[in-house]
Design a protein around this ligand. Structure first.
Ligand SMILES: Nc1ncnc2c1ncn2[C@@H]1O[C@H](COP(=O)(O)OP(=O)(O)OP(=O)(O)O)[C@@H](O)[C@H]1O
Ligand SMILES: [Mg+2]
Length: 114
């Protein structure tokens, strides 16, 4: 199956997230775009402070989007949106917190086993 045949679940278009104002202004995310397809496991990799969590929080609507768009099933999920759409995406888009002890860091686990 070609990528273009797959259903796009989440689309991030030209996302920028700027924290602070004036001389405290800090651009954490600068023009980031990607698509997440249905059934796909999508990972964001980058050094500490590169903005992975900020992108996740923007999709979760915890961090305000300064510029760009975030779409779920082709519909905007930011800013002022209808109540029923808000309720739907709150149910559909959720955080899954990782249990660090159950994660695949077997070196740590073998240390504990020792
Ligand atoms: N609320 C905030 N106010 C100001 N700056 C922030 C805020 N949240 C994040 N930042 C800054 O934005 C940048 C990106 O941070 P972020 O936490 O998204 O990085 P990360 O890639 O998740 O890093 P790590 O791998 O350490 O988790 C960092 O420079 C961070 O200090
Ligand atoms: Mg992070």
């Amino acid at each position: 199956m070609r990528m273009t045949d797959k259903e796009v679940l989440v689309e991030v278009k030209n996302l920028s997230v700027v924290f602070g104002k004036g001389k405290n202004k800090f651009t954490a995310i600068d023009d980031v775009s990607f698509q997440i397809f249905k059934g796909e496991t999508f990972g964001i990799v980058g050094e500490s402070g590169s903005g992975k969590t900020t992108i996740g929080r923007a999709i979760m609507r915890i961090n305000e989007v300064t510029e760009g768009q975030i779409l779920y099933h082709g519909k905007s999920i930011q800013g002022k949106i209808p109540k029923d759409w808000d309720r739907e995406i709150t149910q559909k888009i959720q955080m899954i917190f990782q249990d660090p002890m159950a994660s695949a860091y077997d070196r740590l686990q073998s240390h504990i086993a020792d």
